[in-house]
Every structure is written in C-alpha cells, then in structure tokens.
Design a protein around this ligand. Structure first.
Ligand code: PAP
Length: 359
C-alpha cells in the first residue's frame, strides 16, 4: 500500500513510520486501481443496527459498553474492518485520562530518528508536534472511520500508532490475536477524570453549562462514556498481567511523577529502547520537555483554532488545561469524595487494581 501514499508538510517522502496522520495523502486513483473500495459513510452503514440497541440520551449500549453516539459508527467499523499490521501500536484509554499526552510521548519516542525532539528549528527536521495537535499526529480510529479516512490507515507507513477509547473486549480480533501488536493503556484517578471531562464539555457547550452533578453521578449510573469503567480498566489491567509484552498499563499519576522512567518504559515496550548514547545526549529529557503540558499548551497549534473531530469543531486548547493530580478537591466536598472513593473501592475489590491518587 505504501506506493499510494506520500507525506507532505515538512516535505518528507514516505518511509518508515510513524508519520503524522494528518500528513498522509492518499492518491485516490492509485487506491482505486489497487482495489480499495469507496465505502458508504459509516453512520449510514450502521444506522439500522444502532437503531435496535439500548439507548439513553446521547449514547447507545453496544456489546455491553455505553458509547457516545458520535463515536459509535466509527467504533463498529473499527471493530469489523481494522486490519492490524505487525508492529502497530494502539493507545487506549477512557476519555480524559491523559490520551493527548500519551499520544505526544509515544509519537515523539517512536519517531525520534526521523524527527529530532530537541530541535526547535524549522525546515525538514521541524518536529511535527510543534506544528500539529497530538491528535493530528496520532488519530482516534473512531474519528478516522467516521470521517471516511480509512484509506489513510492503509497508506500509513509502519509502524503505525493509532488510538481508541474502546474497551479491550471491543478491540478488533486482528489486534487482540496478534502477537506483534502493542497496546498501551493509560488510566487516571476517576475524580480527576470527572473534573477534566466537566471542563472539556463545558468549553464546547458554552453558554449552556452541563450541571456538575450530571458528570459526577455518571460514575454511579454507568453514564460515563465507555462505561462500565470497571470493565474498561480491568480488561486492560488483566491483560497487562497475563501478557506484559503485549499490553503496557500506565497510570497518569505515575507518568506525572516520573516522566523519564515512563518514557523509557514506552520505548522498551515498543521495541525501541534508548541507547546509552541517546541517554547521554539527553534525548529522553528532550521528549519529556517537548511533550510537557507547559510546552504543548503554549504552541500556536494547540492554543488557537479548532480541531475537527467527529463532525464537530473542538477548540484545540480544550485538550490542555491544568494537568495536575487532585484538582477534584477544588470542586467537591470531602463527603462527596469519600462516597466516591468507597464506591470505587467496592467496585474494584478483589481485582488487584487500585487507583493512585497522591504524587
Ligand atoms: P481526551 O480523552 O479528550 O483525548 P485526554 O487527553 O485524555 O482527553 O485528557 C485531557 C487531560 O489531560 C486534561 O487534564 P485536566 O483537565 O485535568 O487538566 C489535560 O490538561 C491533560 N493533559 C493534556 N496534555 C497533557 C500533558 N502534556 N501533560 C500532562 N497532562 C496533559
């Protein structure tokens, strides 16, 4: 499939991946000649099946998971049509658990030979994360299928990095049955995750503010996107224990506490460990600095304009807010927090998994 792709932007030709997804250009004639079919829009394709599923406002339950309506057709197409390749890296998470950061870290680490993370200059070596939102470098597959950009997935040079909010049980079999696909999951303490979602939604919904209680209670009534969250987290947690070479489980709080160690973990896990020379040259520190909230937030690409996601314009800056642990304490009473902690402790009792709260 490579001959039909080319990359633009910084002017590189197609070569070993990963390259920013946004830069991949598909030659439609070559794709047609290669037998790539023009697909019906996924929203139309799955409309009739979705109409039969259990629903609640803005969500349907698909195979045991409550999925936002905007994401569902793309999720179904991903599950049914995605063909994993050897070496693909899949980033998975619940919403607002540090996906944007993980995308930046994984992309900068995997593509460090091609793009120098320490270079702040322009030209060919200009780092894509200095001109593109991390979501434009590493796409959500649901967004890709919804936008009809499936051919770009085929055209992307290996190894590809993609991301999803899907639970492990809804990943395509070509990923779960592959011994060479790598999955990196990031979890976050739910109280901070909820606060983050509330801010994110309200940035988009202004002036109609969603009541805080609607978001807070979503944990209690399985209305958080991709609920039930217990199954979401444990699906990946358990696999990371059984097949640690295939699934790496990270916690947002751990990455914040020790980003260097976690970038090293990512590099080793994807089969690209840092050499001694790279370590001495400070390349890990450069990646951490490039991907820091402070740095990404200040870039024009992330502080202005919108990012097109699922037929909607999302302000680019809404992915970069505070990035701390324990922000929930500014929004809820100790009683509310205690009730939530107790509820979660009971939910996860006996699983071997617990959330990390303190830095
Ligand atoms: P998504 O599910 O919509 O992709 P996601 O990136 O998972 O969102 O979560 C956003 C959170 O990650 C925000 O947290 P906050 O609201 O508590 O501040 C955002 O600030 C944080 N975040 C984004 N980029 C970084 C980064 N580079 N370092 C640390 N945290 C980050």
């Amino acid at each position: 499939m490579l001959p039909m792709s080319s990359t633009t932007g910084a002017g590189q030709s197609a070569g070993p991946g990963p390259v920013p997804f946004k830069d991949i250009v598909v030659d439609d004639d070559a794709a047609a000649a290669g037998g790539v079919q023009v697909q019906q829009p996924v929203a139309e394709e799955y409309h009739d099946i979705i109409a039969t599923l259990p629903c609640r406002p803005s969500m349907h339950e698909y195979q045991g998971t409550w999925i936002l309506d905007d994401w569902l057709p793309g999720r179904m197409a991903f599950r049914r049509r995605f063909e994993a390749r050897a070496g693909d890296v899949v980033l998975a998470s619940l919403p607002k658990c540090g996906t944007t950061w993980l995308k930046a870290l994984a992309f900068a680490t995997a593509a460090r030979d091609r793009y120098d993370p320490s270079s702040s200059g322009g030209g060919e070596r200009r780092h894509p994360l200095r001109r593109l939102n991390p979501h434009e470098c590493v796409p959500f597959v649901e967004v890709v299928y919804n936008a009809g950009e499936e051919a770009k997935l085929d055209a992307a040079p290996s190894p590809r990095i993609i991301s999803t909010h899907a639970p492990y049980s809804l990943l395509p079999a070509s990923i779960t049955q592959s011994s060479t696909c790598k999955i990196i999951y990031i979890s976050r303490e739910p109280k901070d995750m909820l606060i983050s979602l509330w801010h994110f939604i309200n940035k988009r919904c202004k002036p109609n503010i969603i009541p805080f209680s609607d978001i807070w209670n979503s944990i209690y009534n399985d209305a958080y996107p991709e609920s039930p969250i217990r199954e979401h987290i444990l699906g990946y947690w358990n696999m990371s224990k059984i097949q640690s070479d295939r699934v790496l489980f990270l916690k947002y709080e751990d990455v914040l506490r020790d980003p260097i160690k976690n970038v090293e973990k990512i590099a080793e896990f994807i089969g690209q460990p840092f050499s001694d020379a790279e370590k001495e040259a400070g390349i890990i520190e450069s990646i951490v600095k490039l991907c820091s909230l402070e740095n990404l937030k200040a870039l024009a690409t992330n502080s202005t304009g919108n990012y097109q996601r699922l037929m909607k314009e999302v302000p680019s800056e809404s992915f970069f807010r505070k990035g701390v642990v324990g922000d929930w304490a500014n929004y809820v009473t100790p009683d509310m927090a205690e009730r939530m902690d107790k509820f979660l402790a009971e939910k996860f009792h006996g699983s071997g998994f617990s959330f990390t709260e303190c830095l």
